[in-house]
Ligand binder design. Sequence first.
Ligand code: MSP
Length: 471
Amino acid sequence: MSKKFFVTTPIYYVNDRPHIGHLCTTLAADILARYHRLLGEKVFFLTGTDEHGAKIAEAAKENQQSPKDYCDQLAVDFERNWKKLNLSYDFFIRTTDPRHEKFVSKFIEKIYKNGDIYKGKYEGLYCIGCEKFLTDSELIDGCCPYHPSRKPIRQVEENYFFRLSKYQKEVEKIIQKNIYHLVPENKKRETLNKIKKGLDDLSISRASVSWGIPLPWDKSQTIYVWFEALLNYFTATQFLNGKDIFWPPDLHIVGKEISWFHAVIWPAMLLSAELPLPKKLFIHSFYISRGQKMSKSIGNIIQPKQLINEFGLEATRYLIASTFPHSDDSDITMEYFKEKYNADLANGIGNLVQRVSVLCQMSNVKCQMSKPNFKFQNYNLYNQLLEEYKFNEALVWIWEKINKLDKYVNDNKPWEKQGNERKIILEKPIFDLLEIAFLLQPFLPQTSQKITEIFFSERIKAPTKPLFPRI
Ligand code: MSP
């Protein structure tokens, strides 16, 4: 049987319009899903929306809509964006899907019966923005670091608790031994240090939140939104036909502020239910703009829509992949994106394809290959960079090839040569551009296809419009 690859993104809160922070995670998963499909593996790429909890109920109320109507409307917006960007997810899960709700109930009942859930009293400061209780050490001037404009609310409630503390040693061990492999290494270290300070049991139900999945044994409470949301990765493989073979996930991709849920709480839940554990968690950093976190109140959020309108779909994919906040925050602005677009795409690959194809067309040059048969196995560094999720470095490596080829064309001046001499000079650019198109497949699928169609041809013809017009 061919290898399988199950990759997930976080499920996004529907109340936020999709922005490039959401896009970078989804695009990262898309690049990897495409790459693994090209390697001949069976792939399941899962994304979706997180639709329950106090935050969504509050936003729906502000909009004078029922939570369900509100979610139905906004989930469509996410999907529309992802479709426009040619993101090749296999399933878009919504947590209001009754099939998800059914499997969540089954899961929680199982761990309740195992004795890992008990009733207790919780008192603490709750941040609705994060949908979590904050500890004293997390507070900055009494506020949540991620939602400084929203005062955390003091809540005292009778809740059900999950015995997270019981799993401290085991979770520590699986992370330490890379059974659940956290990358990058510094995020793994940070997580281990925090685990060593001790794990408190986790309140996993709410008496005060009605917009959620009721607890099967006590309908006066709903399941804590995070507990339920994490389960999406599992439920989708259970209620979709034939997808159970994909469990456990090969890779979860998440941003740094939600890594604790995925690195610690999630494997503890699975240990409690005696289910196989995910293999890897990749924790990326943030997009920031001029040193500041992107936020609605500062007004520095960049939406995928804006990028598509300004630069087009494939360029948007390139700009995001090449600025992906891998281990450090990535500081970007629309001006920066414009410069990068003109330098790398319009004047780079776009111009090179245009020049070479015009010369080929003028001199009736055709491709000498009977079939392009490049193989990923032959590109060690490229494979390694993709396996380490270093998309920017992989693109820099491809762009070095593009720049070298540009230099070759400039140095050999085929336009000054005639007949056979010109044809011979042009053989290399044709071959190299087909190779570049091959390597670009996971990143820029449409551009890759266009370049292949132009140069793998009996009659090479220059495109009527440049691939990336200058802006
Ligand atoms: N609903 C939860 C996830 C539940 S997963 C079981 C959630 N949703 S979110 O919509 O707030 O965020 C989703 C992802 O977007 C997170 O991985 C987060 O890190 C990412 N980003 C949000 N803003 C970001 C940037 N400015 N930059 C990069 N990614 C950031 O959390």
